[in-house]
Unconditional design. Sequence first.
Length: 347
Amino acid sequence: MTKSVTLRRPDDWHLHLRDGAMLQAVASFSSHFGRAIIMPNLVPPVVTGAQAAAYRDRIRAALGPKMTLRPLMTLYLTETTDPADVLAAHAAGIIAAVKLYPAGATTNSASGVRDFDKVRGVLEAMAQAGIPLCFHGEVTDPAVDIFDREAAFIDRVLDPIRRATPGLRVVMEHITTSDGVDYVAGNDDIGATITTHHLVINRNHILAGGIRPHYYCLPVAKRETHRLALRRAAVSGDARFFLGTDSAPHPDHAKESACGCAGCFTAPNTMSILAQVFEDEGALDRLEGFTALNGAAFYGMKPNQDRIRLVRRDTPAAYPTHIPAGDETVTVFDPGFPLYWHVEDPA
Ligand SMILES: [Zn+2]
């Protein structure tokens, strides 16, 4: 008998669509999502409401009239962000959230925040207006081991900011550790996104038997105990945890380099992978909560009204190993197991 699950159309609460030729190449691969929170770390970053509106228009043009994905824009928080511009962009429906990158934490984060006192005014305005703050949750102190940077961030930055700014709604993005899971599960006014790839890989996938740059991402995948904690959180039914793929395409030459870029491109096969993960965990009935209900509730939005169907077939779904992007190629994330779950999208 064919196994199938019908879900409300999922949302992706953390997505990189890039710009230019890369945007044209990757936008359609997220089209079975209803909405996506679009990351602002372009070069230069999206820092004003006007820039967010212009970027939204470029995304809509790349998607074309047939695709229904709704881009939810974010602003890149800098030490000179104007609180009035943030409030106006939110009131006008241009942005759904603001993103905080500690300076130097990841791809294109050089304009990020060094001195957190300088953004206090913006954060207080956001708390009052109910605008969520999305964190890239890693410290950038070179003295902190890269595998410990998320845990250090919770103690040094996240918890102090939350205490100093009561009512600020925060999303700890792409959590990778049991420390992140425990902190989020023990607090209110906080949510966490979990990526597809962090449910699948641990650090051995990157480093054992040779360096595999297509599994390198930030925050970097941790040891197996942390991956298992993430899987438990994702399937727990706790509404604080929801899907943010962090699908982050880079041209292959930039990944396969002496200093390779961080990011996994998971947009094409994410729902097939997640269906397998949730089936393996005996939690297919919770896939809808993780992908289509919890994130919408956190952001104060209604779940999508339409639905997609996932069908488990005897033959694996055929996803490309690479996609073309202008003159480049982008490698699609390989979960390392066959994907028997097919996405049937009526749209
Ligand atoms: Zn990201």
